[in-house]
Design a protein around this ligand. Structure first.
Ligand code: F6R
Length: 247
């Protein structure tokens, strides 16, 4: 389904409220909440609202386990552009999450050990009972996580090569496209699909054309986000601008 809000602020609040409700419901039945998280510009206001709820409304993350979608490869965790740094700054440093419950793909591995590491990432998700909720942004290539065009619907966590457009879009953070890593470790489309609830967010005019393809286009590996049309558990949450090309 598709939900359109007047602005990103309001939409982000709604998403944060949904996550908070899920955490509280699971807390009441003594269960952990397993969240799949995204980085990038899109989730920043969602995380800000979760932090506010933690500080002002005593929302606790003590029983929350998180798995991030992706990390650049190679990437040192303490680098400015790492997704570890991003998550710490935008969320984890400001809430009461247990550090051992945080999982972000490791960008420091030797390439030969990545395949086994990725299998283990999948196993850990399964160990915790699977993802209760997955938050997604969408890249202008149609990627979810870093599942670029060509990704298979049943793909798992793996090392991928980033699309040129994705590297161009990241070039500002790295001071030039040549500094953007060519690879990343990402959860697969299949990994994402197993989540019991999925929200894909998109804000602003520059996402309008890819949102039209993702929501209304033919389902194809050319635009991996189109696979989400196949799941009844997916909600596309958009602001007016991102929804402006929809018929
Ligand atoms: C980030 C991720 C990516 C981004 C996408 C949109 O963890 O998996 O798929 O969600 O590239 O990025 P922004 O939100 O910066 O437009």
């Amino acid at each position: 389904s598709v939900k359109v809000y007047d602005n990103q602020q309001l939409a982000s609040k709604k998403i944060a409220q949904r996550i908070a409700a899920l955490i509280k419901k699971n807390d009441e039945s003594g269960k952990k909440t397993v969240l799949g998280l995204a980085t990038g510009a899109s989730p920043i206001k969602v995380y800000a609202e979760l932090i506010r709820m933690h500080k002002e409304e005593a929302l606790s993350f003590k029983n929350v386990v998180t798995f991030n979608l992706d990390e650049y490869f190679p990437m040192k965790p303490d680098a400015e552009q790492s997704y570890v740094t991003f998550m710490n700054r935008q969320l984890f440093d400001h809430i009461d999450i247990v550090r051992e419950n945080v999982h972000i793909p490791d960008g420091t591995l030797e390439e030969k050990s990545v395949a086994e590491y990725c299998l283990n990432y999948e196993k850990k998700i399964t160990f915790y009972g699977g993802l209760d909720f997955q938050l997604l942004g969408i890249g202008r290539t149609g990627h979810i996580g870093f599942n670029e065009p060509g990704s298979a619907p049943n793909s798992g966590t793996r090392l991928v090569t980033l699309d040129d457009l994705t590297r161009r879009d990241a070039s500002r953070d790295f001071g030039g496209k040549e500094n953007v890593p060519t690879k990343a470790i990402t959860m697969g489309v299949g990994t994402i699909f197993k989540a019991r609830e999925i929200i894909l967010m998109a804000w602003g005019k520059k996402k309008a054309s890819i949102i039209k393809k993702a929501v209304e286009g033919e389902i194809s590996s050319d635009v991996p986000a189109t696979y989400l049309q196949l799941s009844p558990n997916v909600e596309f949450v958009l602001d007016k601008e991102a929804a402006s090309d929809l018929t």
